[in-house]
Structures are given as C-alpha cells and as structure tokens.
Design a protein around this ligand. Structure first.
Ligand SMILES: NC(=O)c1ccc[n+]([C@@H]2O[C@H](COP(=O)([O-])OP(=O)(O)OC[C@H]3O[C@@H](n4cnc5c(N)ncnc54)[C@H](OP(=O)(O)O)[C@@H]3O)[C@@H](O)[C@H]2O)c1
Length: 254
C-alpha cells in the first residue's frame, strides 16, 4: 500500500497477516515470530537449525517452519514460495538474519568477509527479490534489521558494520526502484540474543577492554522481546515508518 493511495488501513489486516520471518531460530527473529503469532498473525519461521524450528513450531499453532540457508539463492526463494503457498499470499517479511565473527580487521580473512556479506546483505537482497511480486500484490511490507554499527563500525566488528552499511544502501535502493513498496529499516541497539554466543571468550574480553578504553561502553541492553514488540508495532502501523531506531532507555530509573 502506498502512503497516499487511500487504500485500506494496513492495521486492519490484523489476524489475517501472513508473515515470513527469516532468522527465526534465536534472538530477535524468534521473539518476533512468537510475538506476531500470539497477536494472531500467521508466521512462516525460517532458519538453518531444524531442531530450533521444531521447538518454535510447537509453541504456537500460528507458526509454521522451513529450514533454509540464506547463503543459497534457491533457499531464499523457497522461503518466500513456502509462505505464499501455505498462507495463500504474503503481507510482509522480516529479515532478522545476521552474523559476525569477532576480531580485528587484520585477522578477518576473505572467507569471513564473504560469510558476513552473504548472510547480512546478499541473502536479504535475494529474499526481497523473491518477495517483491507478492508484496506488490498485497500492498505488503519488507522489513530489515540494521545496526547502529552501520554508521560507526566498532572495533572487532568492522566487517559487520560494513555489511550493515551495505544493507542500509540496499534498503534505499529498493525504495528508489519500488516507491510503492513500504521498505522498513529498523536500526537496533544492543540487545540480549545469541549473536555473540560463538565468540571466543578471550577475544570478547579483549573487546570489552578496548571499548572501555575508548569510552564505547554501552548501556544495559534491550531484551529480544522488547525489540520484537516494537518491530510488530511499526510493521502493522497504518503509518509508513521507514526508518526506526531502537536503543535502550538510559534514563535513571527511580
Ligand atoms: N543483538 C544485537 O545487539 C543486535 C544489534 C543490532 C542489530 N542486530 C541485528 O538483529 C538481527 C538478529 O540478530 P540477533 O541479535 O537476534 O542474533 P541471533 O540470536 O544470533 O539470531 C540470528 C539469526 O540469524 C539466523 N542465521 C544466521 N545465519 C543464517 C543463514 N546463513 N541462513 C539462515 N539463517 C541464518 C540464525 O539462525 P540459524 O543459525 O539457525 O540459521 C538466527 O536465527 C541481525 O540482523 C543482527 O545483525 C542485533
């Protein structure tokens, strides 16, 4: 739905909304899938870990699942195709997939760069590419998760920040090529998820030391559920939010 076409209020889609969540096995994507399902939306949850998807599907009857890897163009297309086939159409997708190793640029080899860019940018482009015809039919929405690191790549996460900067440019490009499509970008601040679960503890400690030394220490992080609530809010809002930034509330609590 375009902002000035006088069409139906998208919030009126309510329980009828058919959503694809890519990267739904943990963290923000998983929390969003659950939040959306509980709010009455139908959700196709996708990711690589089948056992996680099985467990998620068991939590709510509105959740269906598909195993897939966004580094495969065919899998990206299959995720969209499965949502359309199972739900009879697609009203929105949320690209909650993301990855990054932790380490300085001098240790980041080409394989690491390629894995980050393929997961965080190329997969996002391929999911959107497959979804576009369906979203244009339904007046649907595309939502990507970016990071505050895009504008300010933090030490040890520079390739990640670069991938999010590329994602941001891609989002602007989708909007330019498809002005009738609502392309949302939610910029996320520090959130408790499994994002750093596989990071080497010694390198993580070194990162904390570097951040403290450079005054980059962050506030208490948000929960994945808090972020999920806000994502659902903007996704089904009658307003085209386009760019939203979510950061922790840092005001003193009485
Ligand atoms: N946590 C934060 O502080 C923070 C801050 C800013 C932005 N973000 C962004 O928020 C999004 C969600 O991250 P998160 O924090 O929730 O991290 P997370 O808990 O690690 O979740 C990442 C998700 O991405 C999926 N994924 C990774 N590689 C994949 C691949 N090749 N194919 C399909 N799925 C893949 C994972 O599933 P499988 O491994 O099962 O495939 C998982 O479901 C990411 O875009 C991240 O950049 C997070």
């Amino acid at each position: 739905m375009s902002p000035d076409d006088g069409g139906a209020d998208p919030s009126a889609r309510g329980a009828a909304s058919r959503l694809l969540v890519v990267g739904a096995t943990s963290g923000i994507g998983r929390a969003f899938a659950l939040t959306a399902a509980r709010a009455g939306h139908r959700v196709l949850a996708a990711g690589r870990r089948a056992e996680r998807l099985d467990a998620l599907r068991a939590t709510h009857p509105n959740i269906e699942t598909l195993v897939g890897d966004v580094r495969s163009d065919d899998d990206c297309a299959a995720m969209v195709g499965a949502a359309v086939e199972r739900f009879g159409g697609l009203d929105a997708f949320v690209y909650a997939t993301g990855t990054s190793p932790l380490g300085p640029l001098v240790d980041t080899d080409g394989d690491a760069w390629r894995a980050i860019l393929e997961t965080n940018v190329v997969g996002a482009a391929q999911v959107c590419r497959a979804a576009i015809p369906h979203l244009l039919t339904t007046g649907g929405r595309a939502l990507f998760l970016s990071s505050i690191s895009a504008d300010d790549p933090r030490p040890y996460l520079v390739a990640y920040g670069a991938s999010k900067a590329a994602l941001d440019a891609m989002v602007r490009g989708w909007r330019n090529e498809h002005p009738d499509l609502c392309v949302l970008r939610v910029v996320v601040g520090p959130t408790i998820t499994e994002f750093g679960a596989r990071w080497d503890p010694a390198t993580t400690a070194e990162l904390a030391r570097v951040r403290a030394e450079r005054n980059l220490v962050r506030t208490a992080p948000m929960t994945a559920e808090q972020v999920a609530d806000e994502i659902l809010h903007v996704l089904i809002s009658p307003v085209w939010a386009q760019d939203v930034t979510l950061v922790p509330d840092n005001t003193p609590q009485s």
